[in-house]
Design a protein around this ligand. Structure first.
Ligand SMILES: Nc1ccn([C@@H]2O[C@H](COP(=O)(O)OP(=O)(O)OP(=O)(O)O)[C@@H](O)[C@H]2O)c(=O)n1
Ligand SMILES: C[C@](O)(CO)[C@H](O)COP(=O)(O)O
Length: 230
């Protein structure tokens, strides 16, 4: 079972429409994301959180998947959208043993990453996130932008999606959630549960700006094998 928060406005992408519906190589970004989950072979049900004013458009955009895909209205923050999808998932697939939460904006995540996350949860983890090492030097700055320190990057990781959870873990995290978090695993950390990692992939980049979209389109057009870009 996968939850796909897709209710963002896409302001930084700047297409004047919900990012989920922006066409990439002729198909909405969200359709690429949902098809990627289904084609991994390890996801049978998907609940999408759509922009509240675009539920019908999103439903229509996903019609061609012909699978168990449900659309609910999202909320103001990503956390609100995931919460609504999580509630719906209990109705759609109460028997699910793993819940993935996957950004529509990470539409080109390789199947190998999706499978690795599911496999790790099925092997006993409560929560799993795909991660990449940090390539740049990282500095902390004060409010005026002056460098205060250079951070040791050797133990830092950037975090992608899908993030995988046992249903009980994700429900407990959301039941306890106060302030919104920037990712779902952050809510699991707050309830004191362990979050494990698997290797992420450069193709799982979050399409945030027009530059990211251009990169995704060129990678897709070139169809570079995923093993060459990890
Ligand atoms: N209220 C929100 C905000 C975000 N998202 C989803 O969370 C993911 C990560 O968000 P991001 O990529 O930053 O998308 P936007 O919020 O659309 O970006 P922006 O800030 O540029 O508007 C996206 O799939 C987005 O659709 C969501 O479901 N509900
Ligand atoms: C969930 C996420 O994609 C993990 O990197 C990220 O935290 C989403 O951040 P956003 O600021 O809500 O786009």
């Amino acid at each position: 079972m996968a939850l796909v928060p897709a209710a963002g406005r896409g302001e930084r992408l700047g297409f004047g429409m919900p990012k989920a519906l922006v066409p990439v190589l002729g198909e909405p970004l969200l359709l690429h994301a949902v098809r990627g989950l289904l084609d991994s072979g390890w996801v049978n049900h998907v609940v999408v959180a759509a922009p509240s004013g675009a539920v019908e458009d999103v439903d229509a955009a996903l019609g061609s998947t012909g699978a168990s895909v449900h659309v609910v209205p999202g909320g103001a923050q990503r956390t609100d959208s995931v919460r609504r999808a999580l509630t719906e998932s209990g109705r759609v697939a109460p028997e699910a043993d793993v819940v993935l939460v996957h950004d529509a904006a990470r539409a080109f995540t390789p199947a190998s990453v999706i499978r690795a996350v599911v496999r790790a949860v099925r092997s006993g983890a409560d929560a799993v996130v795909p991660v990449l090492p940090v390539a740049d030097t990282v500095k902390q700055v004060d409010p005026e932008g002056r460098v205060t320190t250079t951070v040791d990057r050797s133990r830092l990781r950037t975090v992608q999606t899908p993030q995988g959870f046992t249903p009980e873990t994700l429900r407990a995290a959301y039941a306890a959630a106060g302030d919104a978090a920037t990712d779902d695993a952050g809510l699991v950390e707050r309830i004191g549960r362990q979050v494990d990692t698997v290797p992420g992939h450069s193709h799982a980049l979050k399409i945030t700006t027009a530059f990211d979209l251009a990169i995704a389109e060129s990678v897709l057009a070139a169809s570079v094998p995923e093993s060459e870009h990890s």
